[in-house]
Design a protein around this ligand. Structure first.
Ligand SMILES: Cc1cc2nc3c(=O)[nH]c(=O)nc-3n(C[C@H](O)[C@H](O)[C@H](O)COP(=O)(O)OP(=O)(O)OC[C@H]3O[C@@H](n4cnc5c(N)ncnc54)[C@H](O)[C@@H]3O)c2cc1C
Length: 420
């Protein structure tokens, strides 16, 4: 016979009291989606137990946005996600970025807007978010147990949830375990295993929001930032415009991160050609460069590119394409000249890999979303089970979209649980 313990906790402090009782809902994971779900269920008077394997709640929230937590994005639309657009539409309708701001207002979090709709706590620290959730949860009867990993779940009349030391029972169960990205913080495969044990199927998780390794050596540009447009030859083509930074292995930065999910899914089929447009702000590059050639035909290559390109890029281009350094542009071989100028719009490179899991800010892949109800996040396969956040096959671009989805899915699941 299984012994069920009631564990009273003030967040991480626990006192075991033997008692046979059934929770209304057990939430596995005190990350973004688990915390908001727990708070809403507890505020509605549900008896809630949150089990978290890390020593404290919200570990990934704390490292998000470089420790500043870019907690939502006002421009969130389905296009910002790699997921079924119908699911994202439902989630953003149920809990939009504006709803998120109103919710954070009520939690007492002051926030500021930065470029491209990105929202951050005004304190400049992610602790503003985790502390506000902890304070709000402490005002409810929710029990939060840290250092407590769920290793097994059995579905009988109730859910029987086992850790190494104890077992708990509940009527509803929320899997809010997150993805396996960033294992040094809280990323784990465990959520996938638990979902599978309850009948769900997993789309192979792959790193996303991670740097791109290139075959070519760009070490001469290492550490330099460029505004570019990237086009990767996936099907359909993955495109992003914005900043990149060259590194020892290839490229990182928002534009690289924003094509990484699509690239990650295509890489098992082989290396992927990448084209870098170093002049994305110019509409017709050919006309622009031809005009410049007329204007500065007398200039040697280095002076021709002065004011247009970063010096290191100009030097690389001159060497890479074999422009003759001491000859004016008018006297360069036409074929070499054309090839050099074309390279500015379509610099060829080859993506060989993504940076590994410990550098990936998200996972693409996860629980197949076709197996959940888009309006409630309840499993279609196992009644009473809810799956939220990044454990699902949903990943967003860089800019606050992933946390927006985590909040939206967690609160939507809570709304449904509250109605039962
Ligand atoms: C470095 C970094 C920076 C990021 N920056 C941003 C950003 O600025 N904006 C943004 O929108 N997104 C950002 N993200 C992504 C964002 O943090 C995640 O998408 C979001 O936290 C997912 O929420 P979640 O609730 O699904 O999972 P998580 O927040 O990962 O929470 C899951 C929790 O479940 C726990 N858990 C897992 N398995 C078990 C188990 N078996 N038993 C008990 N507990 C378990 C984990 O320990 C974890 O605490 C960033 C991610 C990283 C790694």
């Amino acid at each position: 016979m299984v012994t069920v313990y009631k564990i009273r906790s003030i967040l991480c402090y626990t006192i075991k009291v033997e008692q046979s009782s059934i929770y209304d809902v057990i939430i596995v994971g005190a990350g973004a989606s688990g915390l908001i779900c727990a708070l809403e269920c507890a505020r509605a008077g549900k008896r809630v137990l949150v089990l978290e394997r890390a020593p404290f709640p919200g570990r990934k929230i704390l490292v998000s946005g470089n420790g500043r937590c870019n907690f939502t994005n006002l421009h969130a639309v389905p296009d910002c996600y790699h997921a079924d657009p119908e699911l994202i539409k439902a989630a953003l309708t149920a809990f939009s970025p504006k709803d998120c701001l109103a919710y954070f207002d009520r939690l007492g979090i002051l926030y500021v807007q930065e470029g491209n709709g990105r929202m951050f706590p005004a304190t400049g620290k992610a602790t503003a978010v985790t502390d506000a959730f902890k304070a709000a949860l402490a005002e409810t009867n929710a029990e939060v147990l840290c250092n407590t990993e769920v290793i097994r779940i059995k579905r009988g009349k109730t859910f029987l949830v086992s850790t190494k030391d104890a077992s708990f029972q509940s009527r509803k169960l929320v899997l809010a375990c997150g993805s396996c990205a960033y294992p040094q913080v809280s990323g784990t495969q465990k959520g996938y295993e638990l979902a599978q044990s309850l009948g769900h199927h997993i789309i192979t998780p792959r790193p996303a929001l991670s740097g791109l390794c290139l075959k070519e050596n760009f070490s001469r540009l290492s550490g330099i930032r460029f505004q570019v447009r990237l086009t990767a030859a996936t099907t359909p083509a993955a495109q992003a415009e914005g900043e990149i930074i060259f590194t020892a292995y290839g490229i990182n930065g928002p534009a690289a991160l924003n094509i990484s999910s699509q690239v990650s899914r295509a890489l098992p089929q082989g290396n992927i050609p990448l084209f870098i447009n170093f002049l994305p702000q110019i509409e017709n590059t050919t006309d622009f460069l031809q005009n410049r050639l007329h204007q500065f035909a007398h200039r040697k290559p280095k002076d021709f590119f002065a004011g247009l390109l970063h010096e290191s890029l100009a030097n690389l281009l001159i060497d890479f394409k074999g422009l003759r350094k001491n000859k004016p542009m008018a006297e360069q071989s036409p074929a070499v000249l054309t090839s050099a100028l074309n390279a500015l719009e379509k610099w060829p490179a080859t993506i060989t890999a993504l940076r590994p899991w410990n550098e990936a800010m998200a996972a693409t892949g996860g629980v197949n979303v076709r197996e959940i109800n888009y309006n409630t996040f309840e499993s279609n396969l196992c009644q009473g089970l809810y799956i939220t956040g990044e454990l699902l096959d949903v990943d967003g671009k860089s800019g606050g979209f992933n946390l927006q989805f985590a909040w939206a899915s967690g609160i939507t699941a809570a709304q449904h649980i509250k109605e039962q």
